[in-house]
Design a protein around this ligand. Sequence first.
Ligand code: NAD
Length: 495
Amino acid sequence: MSDQTRIDSLRLTEVAARGLFIDGRFREPVGGARRDVISPIDGRLLTTIAEARREDVDLAVAAARRAFEAGRWSRAAPSDRRKVMLRIAELIDRHALELAVLGVRDNGTEIAMALKAEPGSAAATFRYYAEAIDKVYGEIAPTAPNVLGLVHRQPVGVVAAIVPWNFPMMIGAWKIAPALAAGNSVVLKPAEIASLSLLRLAELCAEAGLPEGVLNVVTGKGSVCGEALGLHMDVDVMAFTGSGPVGRRLLEYSARSNLKRCYLELGGKSPNIVFADAPDLEQAAKVSAYGIFRNSGQVCVAGSRLLVEEQVHDDFVARVASIAAAMRVGDPLDLATEAGAVASEDQLSKNLDFVRRAEAEGGRLVTGGGRILTETGGFYMQPTVFAGIEPSMHLAQEEVFGPVLGVMSFRGEAEAVALANSTPYGLASAVWTSNLSRAHRMVRAVRAGVVHVNTYGGADLTVPLGGIGQSGNGHDKSLHALDKFTDLKTAWISL
Ligand code: NAD
C-alpha cells in the first residue's frame, strides 16, 4: 500500500476524546471541562481534549515529584534509561505515519514536512539523548594535592515544558528527551490547538516502559494550566518555546514563586541576506521562498525578512515571487502539498491584519495577500511577498508567524548588517555570497543564534538552536541542552 493510500485511510479514522495523562494513565480533569479541537484542514470538529485546571496541574506535579523521589527513573543507571528511550524511539518510528497524520489533522502542517519534522525528528531526538546520556562525565577539579574536588551532574527534579503548536512533537521531544535522559520527571503542556500527537506520545512512552509519573501531559488554556505550572512551587525548571509576551510572563511567575530557572525559546524576525555575488541566484530564490513559506510560515526560524543587494533586487524579488505564486498550497494530507493550512482561524486573521497594515504603511504587494480555498472550510493563505519594506514598518519589526515575506533593498555590507540587526530579535539568519571573507565577517556581525551561509534552515541534532536578544536565552538540541536539565554539585573532600 502506498504512503498516500495509508494517509487517506488514516485521515478518516475517528479521533478519541482524550483526558489528561497523569501518573501513567489517562484521567478526566477535575471539574470535567472539555475543549473542542477544530481541524484547520476543514474547520470541523475533530475531537475534544481535557481542559485542565490548577488542581489538575497540582496532581501532575505531585505525580512527577513522587516518581522523582521514588528513584525508579531518576536513580536508574544511565544505561537503563538509555534502553527505555531507545524503545520510545522505536515505537515512534513504528507509529510514524499515524502520529504524523494525527498531528496534521490537529495543526495543518503539510504531511511531507510533518513526517520528517514531527515523528522523524522526535525519534531521532530520543535516540540522540539516549545514546548521549551514558557518555557524559562529571569532572575532577585541578585542585591542590590535599583535596579532591569532584563536580557531579545531577537531575534538577521536576521539569515543566510548555510548547507551541507549530511542531509539537519535534519541539516537545527537544525538551522531554534531554530532561528524561538526565533523570528528571516532566510535566508537559502542549498548545491548546495542537495537543493530540503529544498525548499519543505519552502513551507510547508508557508502553516503552517509562515508569508512571515520569512523564505527564496536561492540556488546556495557557492562561490557566500554563500559568499554574509557571507559578508552581514544586517545579524546578521551566523549559518554554513560544511567543515573547508569554516568555515574559513566565519570568514574572518565576519571580513571584520559587525562582525556578526559565529557559525561553522565543520568536524571530530572521534576516535572509542576499548579496549580488550569491553563487546561484535561482537556487537562492528557491531556498529563500521555501525558507519562509513551508508550513505556511509557521516556523520560528522562518526567513521572514529578505534583504537583497540593490543591483539584483528587482530580479531576485521577481524570482521569489514567481516561486511563491507557483507553490502548491492546500490539503495538508496530500503528499504533494508544499504548504498546508494555517493552524487556526485566529492565526489566519492575524496574518491578514499584517497584510492590511503593510499595505497601509506603503509596502508594495508583489504576490499573494489573501485567504484561499474558503470552500473547504479550512484556513489557507496565499504565500505573500511585500517589497519596499522600511525598517520602521510593522512588517519589518514584528513576527507574523505566517506566510508573509517583507523585502528590503540594501547597498553594501555595512547597510546589510545594520538592517539585519535592526530588530530586537536574534534567532536565525542567512547570508548568500561567493566571497568567503565576507561570509565569515557576516557570521560575526549578524546578531542571531544561527547564521546559515548559502542555504537557509538546515540543521541537525548536533548543533544547538537558541536565540539571542529577545529571541530567548536557552538552547535546544546538542549536548548543551543537557545543561538546562542538570545541576552541578561540588564535593570538596579533604585528603
Ligand atoms: P504562545 O506563546 O502563544 O504559546 C506557547 C505556549 O504557551 C502554549 O502552550 C500556550 O498554551 C502557553 N501559554 C499561553 N499563555 C500562557 C501563560 N499565560 N502562561 C503559561 N503558558 C501560557 O505561542 P504559540 O502561538 O503557540 O507559538 C508561536 C510562537 O512560538 C512564535 O512566537 C514562534 O516564533 C515561537 N516559536 C519559537 C521557537 C524557537 O525554537 N525559538 C520554535 C517554535 C515556535
